[in-house]
Design a protein around this ligand. Structure first.
Ligand code: NAD
Length: 477
């Protein structure tokens, strides 16, 4: 029995047509020049600015409450900022780069020409459904590509909004949106794109890479993982709790780079829990009806979080629920923050990415033990370290490998437009944002330009004394 739904069948037909149109267009005529690309980006910038309120509404509809300010801060602002950065730098990024030429080949010249790859596929997740769709899409357009986007089925209102927005801005053979779930996602990943850009879970990332491998399609995988926050004993616990709670509770913890767990000196585990709870009470005197506190995306995701808590408690962890107004959360998509102490690696909460407002706080003997713990686990997407001593912080950065890092705060590495963003090992493959994004979506074509006067003649038969002299010179005696 087929599990394909009629909607999926419709989407699969649309996918075939959209791919064929974009592919044919990418192989005909010239790719968009600088002016056209800037016009594409400016159109998107103006539309996102103009529709910021609508955007916040549709995302909130999908979440059953997403803080408007979180949507403006984490969807609109990064998208606008990234577009402005790209528009401001694109001319320089597109300029061919001169490279050196070895003596025997002079006066020929060498350069790298940055060329569009062709058709780029973008698969996006639900947790930041606008910025994680539009920033890759805009960066691929900046590099002169055509783009098909498959947004997440868990944010259908945002997906429909994206489709309407993009269809209004671009011809269908330049940008098209294909809505759908895993069936459509699998068919999408199987298309012979020139590049596939995936943001989502490590599990599905592996499936996408397998599908892409059949076509030798290069992939960028922006995945997840368990990002640690390490607090040095000298760092004030209130300050650490302030910044870690801010990063953890943004979007109710549904952030790929959210601090997943805390490593802190044993004596300060309880003070950290108290300081975290105090921060929550200050920021969210009430949670359930508070528009600033974002809901969990679906009942299934809520059940998963409950399952993680039940498993941890059954195996001996202590749960510290932070519920400042003593509210009930029955029949609510909101989940109160919960800190866990006394955790062990036998618990699922210390094995899986948490992706919600649950924070294990692990006591360690010293910094070396914290670093050893991180290094004994899969390489994370982010690492947070709290310490005023720069040399010690550099030492922690040198001794750990993570996609990115932020010292003395959380999340802010992702909004630095001039920094690459991406994971390492199981947290991802490849990078984007800023110039690295442009390079990801470009073919770096190496071009040698032969000069009218050159030595090439010596290198062809009949080989004589001249080539012998040349070889002695280039190889050495
Ligand atoms: P997911 O992997 O379940 O889904 C992501 C996308 O893949 C969706 O559009 C989905 O429809 C599609 N998909 C599902 N099955 C597919 C298949 N077989 N082939 C192709 N596509 C398929 O992830 P999610 O639940 O939407 O997002 C949460 C995860 O994403 C977390 O692990 C989080 O850490 C990660 N994430 C990473 C980043 C980053 O930038 N590194 C950003 C946000 C989220």
């Amino acid at each position: 029995m087929s599990t394909t739904l009629p909607d999926d069948q419709h989407a699969l037909v649309a996918l075939d047509q959209a791919f064929a149109a974009a592919h044919a267009a990418s192989r005909a005529g010239e790719p968009p020049d600088y002016r056209q690309r800037v016009a594409h980006l400016r159109a998107l910038l103006a539309a996102v600015r103009a529709q910021r309120d609508r955007l916040a509404e549709v995302v909130s509809d999908d979440f059953g409450n997403r803080s408007r300010h979180e949507s403006l801060l984490a969807e609109v602002f990064p998208t606008v900022s990234s577009l402005e950065h790209t528009i401001g730098h694109l001319k320089r990024w597109m300029t061919p780069e001169k490279r050196s030429v070895a003596l025997p080949f002079r006066p020929g010249s060498a350069r790298i020409v940055y060329q569009p790859l062709g058709v780029v596929g973008v698969i996006s997740p639900w947790n930041y459904p606008v910025q994680l769709a539009l920033i890759p899409l805009a960066t691929a357009l900046a590099a002169g590509n055509r783009v098909l986007l498959k947004p997440s089925e868990l944010t259908p209102a945002t997906g429909a909004w994206l489709k309407e927005l993009l269809n209004g801005l671009y011809p269908a053979d330049l940008v098209e949106v294909i809505p759908g779930g895993p069936t459509v996602g699998a068919a999408f990943a199987a298309k012979p794109f020139d590049h596939l850009f995936f943001t989502g879970s490590t599990r599905v990332g592996g499936m996408v890479m397998q599908a892409a491998a059949k076509n030798l399609t290069p992939v960028t995988l922006e995945l997840g993982g368990k990002s640690p926050a390490i607090v040095h004993p000298s760092f004030p616990v209130e300050r650490a709790a302030d910044r870690i709670s801010a990063g953890k509770l943004f979007n109710a913890g549904q952030t790929c780079i959210a601090p997943d767990y805390v490593l802190i000196d044993r004596a300060r585990v309880e003070p950290f829990v108290a300081a975290f709870a105090a921060q929550v009470s200050k920021r969210f005197p009430r949670l359930r009806q508070n528009p600033d506190y974002t809901a969990i995306i679906s009942p299934a995701h809520q059940a998963r979080l409950e399952g993680l808590l039940d498993d941890a408690i059954a195996k001996g962890a202590t749960a510290h629920e932070v519920n400042p107004a003593g509210e009930s959360f029955t029949d609510s998509r909101k989940h109160p923050p919960v800190l866990l102490t006394g955790v062990s690696d036998a618990m699922a909460v210390m094995q899986e990415e948490i992706f919600g407002p649950v924070l294990p706080v692990v006591g360690v003997a010293d910094l070396d033990q914290a670093i050893a713990y991180v290094n004994a686990h899969p390489r994370p997407l982010a690492l947070y370290y709290f310490d005023r001593d720069r040399r010690r912080a550099d030492g922690v950065l040198a001794r750990t490998t993570s996609g990115g890092a932020c010292i003395n705060d959380t999340l802010l590495q992702v909004v630095q437009d001039d920094l690459p963003f991406g994971g390492v090992g199981p947290s991802g493959l490849g990078r984007y944002h800023g110039r690295e994004g442009f390079l990801t979506f470009s073919h770096h074509k190496g071009v040698f330009h032969q000069a009218a006067l050159n030595t090439a003649g010596y290198m062809s038969p009949p080989y004589g004394a001249a080539v012998e002299r040349l070889l002695r010179w280039v190889i050495g005696r």
